[in-house]
Design a protein around this ligand. Sequence first.
Ligand code: ARG
Ligand code: ZN
Length: 257
Amino acid sequence: NSLGDTIPVVFHVLYNNQQQNISDLQILSQLDVLNEDFNRRNPDASNTPAAFLNVAGNPQVYFCLASLDPEGKPTNGITRTQTNQASFEYTENKMKFTAQGGRDAWDRNLYLNIWICNLTNNILGFAQFPGGPAATDGVTLLYRAVGRTPLNPFPGPYNRGRTGTHEVGHWLGLRHIWGEADNSCTDSDLIEDTPNQDGKSSGCPVFPRISCNNGPNGDMFMNYMDYTNDACMNLFTLGQVDRMNAVLHTSRTALLQ
Ligand code: ARG
Ligand code: ZN
């Protein structure tokens, strides 16, 4: 395990109207959430059920805004691009190409690229797993799901920045905690210390919620890699931390400063 790795981040804001052109402060609050959640300094860590504290992990990863752009010029780590795309389809990756109404990625060996835009189909965000093409590497977030209230001004259960935490988890190699098939106890997230869980959770379940004979503690629905509300998520496990560190020190090692 490596202590205190820091990843430089560039946020690319793509806006078709002023509501989508979210504030620097909303973006900075996303960075704060990432730094809390990836260092187990999130105030709601105290909500992790006692039964899961023995597997709660601290990734010890820090995120900072990029201070130099790819040409070596000073930057605040935020690019802003007006687009004539009213929204983007997550299967198309157009937000990642200047020629398609988006903004080209900065070198993925130097930056974590996070695109912020309007997404179709009620998608909150998506990420590219390690090992994919350079031009599309990074995380994309719906503008309404970036950062946390009150700097995120949008109502609803996804305004505490946990979409960013979840997607960066994918970008560092984590799968959904229930395994990819819904209503299946035979698939897995390939992590030892997350309980076997039949399908995705939503809302804010009451502990314990049993599935797949995983009693007495049941599903780890408060894990960042489930689909519960932002306010109800509060941990990564030790096994997930090992996976993320392995990715950081193999396929993403060039990023570390
Ligand atoms: N990829 C997921 C989606 O768009 C993200 C879920 C994030 N969950 C959250 N509570 N913020 O549905
Ligand atoms: Zn996901």
